[in-house]
Design a protein around this ligand. Sequence first.
Ligand code: ADP
Length: 228
Amino acid sequence: MLKQVVIFIAPPGAGKGTQANLLAEKFGLVHVETSKLGEAKIKDPELVKKDPEVAEAKRLYEKGELFPPPWTTKLVIEKMRELASEGKGIVFSGSPRTLYEAEHELPEFEKLYGRDNIKIFYITLSEEESVKRNSERRICEKYHHPIPRPEYDPKFKDITVCPWDGSPIITRPALDKPEVIRERYKVFLRDTAPVLDYLREKGYKIIEINGEQPIEKVFEDIVKYFEA
Ligand code: ADP
């Protein structure tokens, strides 16, 4: 088990979730998906009633918007403190996505894990490939495991439950329409790309990985940085 923090920054569909799951499994890290942290709170009616921040996050979520960055940051730091106290390593696939998150999360990550134990990967992907991969993409209900397309591997063609946890396979028609994916790609360039510049300025090494390659090859390129 590695006591490290791994961060994936990439446009939609580059394979953050896919690679985070593979890495978590190989090295015994905990995969923290920010959207799931938020959903756990807004689905708790008691919390929604007593915490105005949670109520506001629920309202935005239901409109299809992102959670407010300060709220995301708070959830991430809370989760990270809990896992750090248990001596666990973490792989993040959904944060930092904005400068606000990067500025507030990284100092905390450093305090808990040390700068040398933070690895940041930037997985690159073109807009066209992003649209192709994400259109009507299938994920599982329970852990959001991304299900590869049948053209990619025929064993995924007729399955109706997740091969990893057995929960039903769902699509997210509102999020994964081509025009919405193009918008999410633009949001990546506008809000998330500056995070990479910020981190470089702060002296972090950003490891760039070619996300256009097959899943196994992307993973191989990532794993190399854990064996060096
Ligand atoms: P992200 O978390 O970056 O949005 P995901 O890991 O959810 O990306 O992957 C999005 C979709 O693309 C999923 O259906 C996944 O199976 C598929 N996918 C991920 N990586 C690759 C790859 N290298 N080649 C082909 N398809 C991929």
